[in-house]
Ligand binder design. Structure first.
Ligand code: SAH
Length: 365
């Protein structure tokens, strides 16, 4: 019999697990607190559980934590962990400390199927979805490494699903992990402190609204379909009009909520004042803010980042049009931990880098 991995169980699943065992449902809260608040994985130390129950848990269940293959510490305080999963695959997780908060950037898939032309994860192709346990384990490990379990003050105050993968293409497992992040007996983060970033999976956006409406970030990157089709090929399936309509539905009836639009600044590709004006027009009817992301390079990257001046001009056009706009600071650059640089360890079986160079040639002005 395969053992149940307790990290995979959100509160509902944990209660069902205990009821099936003839135990009271409140055991779920006890277990969740031990594992996710105290960071305890040794059943022997779970002192409010009876001896018999502890023995049964030890026999029938596991707490499947990945192993840290490699840890890196940036000069700006950013930390990156390469985690080895049970099947030998690996994913990356990044912690970004700021004055008022600490943000953990976590992965939702091994690799990614979307093939965005400016993203290094796309080069590794798609391997598989992460389980709920593998997603929440990234938060667990960060808490342990940052000594943030138990009575210590919260160190990870915010979580962003902006690492490797497209979270809305791994909906069920991501939803389970989101519920654990928000669960009082686990991590107790409010939905405002959790941001899911999507390349624009329209049906997923609608489903998320029903299931757990955390903050939504959308990787837009272009204000016109023709260009967006090339940067984010998913656009061919869900074009900008449909994406914008889904964004409006997401915040409908919630006057204070906004969608964050991410826009990677690519020199000579999507960064002209004309693009900024088109973007303004597009965002007219969606409560929004914009994050401009200077392009982060990687080996054989087919683009260059826009210069600081072009980014400022672009930002000022948006601000003059009434859109709250910030340029995202690049963090962890010296350890390849910045946006779009997370790759895990992989073999380039698909010869994507060759294909990417061809894309780059097409896109050159
Ligand atoms: N699949 C999701 C989440 C992963 S990407 C999504 O597309 O939103 C997280 C963010 O990093 C996205 O906005 C993505 O477009 C951006 N990004 C990817 N590669 C980048 C790069 N090389 N430089 C800057 N930002 C990048």
């Amino acid at each position: 019999m395969t053992k149940t991995d307790l990290l995979n169980l959100d509160r509902g699943a944990m209660e069902a697990f205990f009821t099936r065992q003839g135990e009271k449902a409140f055991r779920a809260s006890q277990l969740l607190k031990w594992i996710h608040q105290q960071g305890v994985t040794d059943y022997g130390a779970m002192t409010n559980l009876g001896k018999d129950l502890r023995a049964r848990l030890a026999a029938d269940t596991t707490i499947g934590l990945p192993e840290i293959l490699h840890a890196q510490h940036s000069s700006d305080g950013t930390r990156k962990w390469l985690l080895r999963l049970a099947d030998g695959n690996s994913v990356e997780t990044v912690f970004i400390p700021e004055e008022e908060r600490g943000t953990l950037c976590i992965s939702s898939q091994v690799g990614c199927s979307l093939n965005c032309s400016f993203c290094s994860t796309s080069r590794q192709g798609y391997n598989r979805n992460l389980s709920t346990g593998e997603i929440i384990a990234q938060l667990w490990i960060a808490n342990r490494e940052l000594a943030a379990f138990g009575p210590n003050p919260r160190v990870v105050t915010n979580v962003v699903l902006m690492g490797m993968g497209e979270p809305l293409l791994n909906f069920e497992n991501v939803a389970g992990a989101l519920r654990l992040m928000m669960e009082d007996h686990a991590y107790g983060l409010s939905k405002r402190r959790i941001t899911l970033s999507t390349a624009g999976v329209v049906p997923g956006i609608d489903r998320l609204r029903e299931v757990c409406d955390v903050s939504l970030a959308v990787s837009l990157h272009a204000p016109e379909d023709e260009l967006r089709d090339r940067l984010v090929p998913l656009n061919r399936k869900y074009p900008i009009r449909e994406l914008m309509a889904a964004c409006r539905r997401y915040v409908d009836g919630q006057p204070r909520r906004k969608i964050t639009f991410e826009y990677v600044m690519l020199d000579g590709v999507n960064d002209s004042p004309r693009h900024a004006c088109r973007l303004l027009k597009l965002l007219e009817r969606v409560p929004s803010k914009v994050n401009l992301i200077p392009f982060n390079g990687f080996a054989n990257a087919p683009y260059r980042s826009s210069g600081a001046e072009a980014i400022d001009v672009f930002r000022d056009i948006l601000i003059a049009g009434g859109i709250m706009t910030v340029t995202r600071k690049t963090r962890g650059d010296d350890i390849d931990a910045a946006c779009g640089q997370l790759v895990g360890r992989f073999q380039d079986r698909t010869r994507r880098s060759v294909r990417l160079q061809a894309v780059a040639r097409d896109l050159r002005p």
